[in-house]
Design a protein around this ligand. Structure first.
Ligand code: FAD
Length: 302
């Protein structure tokens, strides 16, 4: 997308939040939400986990967004360990709260092989289940549709035999009814470009939104590498490790995230999804460094 196209078709802007684990973290998150609202995101996504406490917290955060803010939530939903009935119920619960967008995910497999993995083994089948609920509740939705997103992987998913297998999985997700995809974090701009090129060649037409993480926290990067298999650039890691303080680390991480986002826009990315880790400062600083059109969103600041 050229700067001219960007002005004509503003890129989408969205943030990922996760439900707070303590009341103190909740207060800090409400402040973060206020600060992020000022950048008029198109939606904010809320992560989900199957454990009962975390699930209640996700639903609670979505309720807060719907009732107390002008932000549109995108509810993540994972199918691992769930029955078809429990997923059906959860989708209906989200609809009841006013949610009109879902990110359909499998979730990470339980470490214990004895733990049942559930009725719905793959994310594309969750997309189909959501479309099924949507069809039954056409009247609630005034005949409208839910926006259903899925995950996409610029670097091979750790369980996947190859990058091209992941692309085939994305084709299947689109065929099952996905409207858009958000990528896993990545650290090399060429990986997003390669994913989009391979996906388009395989017949994927839905928007593929780059998921970018302001990389200011070394421990978080290492944990992420362990969970996702995505390793940060060694030079960047070294600069972060040898930075004089947290402020310097944030400046380095923000600059690197802005470079990734700019490269994705230059390659035609239709939007930007920022992994905030519930800290608005770095994300807002990334946005400040990008030349996004001032009137990029239809949303009106509160
Ligand atoms: P799937 O698409 O089902 O893929 C899982 C594995 O199965 C892959 O290796 C794939 O190649 C393989 N596969 C898929 N279909 C087939 C098939 N038909 N035949 C053979 N193999 C197949 N996790 C959470 O727990 N909560 C969250 O809120 C959350 N949010 C996320 C948001 C984003 C944007 C991203 C990118 C990831 C998120 N995750 C979240 C992590 C995600 O749940 C994991 O990456 C998970 O391991 C895979 O999820 P998926 O939806 O891509 O699964």
């Amino acid at each position: 997308m050229t700067p001219h196209d960007r002005a004509a078709i503003p890129p989408s802007l969205s943030y990922e939040l996760y439900p707070p684990a303590t009341p103190e973290a909740g207060d800090s998150l409400f402040h973060t939400i206020d600060e992020l609202s000022a950048t008029t995101p198109d939606y904010v996504s809320v992560t989900f986990s199957g454990t009962p406490g975390r699930r209640r917290a996700s639903v609670g955060l979505i309720e807060h967004l719907v009732r107390n803010t002008r932000l549109r939530p995108l509810a993540h939903l994972t199918c691992v360990g769930e029955t078809r009935e429990s997923l059906d119920r959860l989708v209906r619960e989200f609809l009841g709260l006013g949610v009109r967008g879902l990110l359909a995910l499998r979730g990470d497999l339980p470490r214990d092989p004895e733990v049942p993995s559930g009725d719905v083994p793959f994310a594309h089948q969750l997309v189909e289940l959501i479309r099924d609920v949507e069809a039954r509740h056409g009247a609630t939705l005034a005949g409208g549709k839910l926006a259903v997103g899925v995950a996409a992987y610029p670097n091979r998913h750790p369980e996947s035999p190859s990058f091209l297998h992941d692309v085939e999985v994305l084709v299947t997700k689109q065929r099952s009814g996905a409207d858009f995809a958000i990528t896993q974090v990545y650290f090399d701009p060429a990986h997003y470009v390669a994913l989009v090129a391979a996906s388009r060649a395989a017949g994927v037409t839905i928007p593929i939104i780059p998921g970018v993480m302001p990389m200011a926290n070394v421990r978080r990067l290492e944990r992420l590498a362990m969970m996702t298999g995505v390793r940060p650039d060694a030079a960047l890691l070294h600069r972060l490790e040898t930075a004089s303080d947290d402020g310097e680390r944030r400046r380095i991480g923000v600059r690197a995230a802005a470079v990734l986002a700019r490269a994705a826009f230059d390659a035609g990315a239709p939007g930007l999804h920022l992994y905030t880790f519930n800290d608005h400062r770095a994300s807002v600083e990334v946005i400040d460094q990008l030349d996004l059109p001032a009137a990029r969103s239809l949303a009106v600041p509160a």
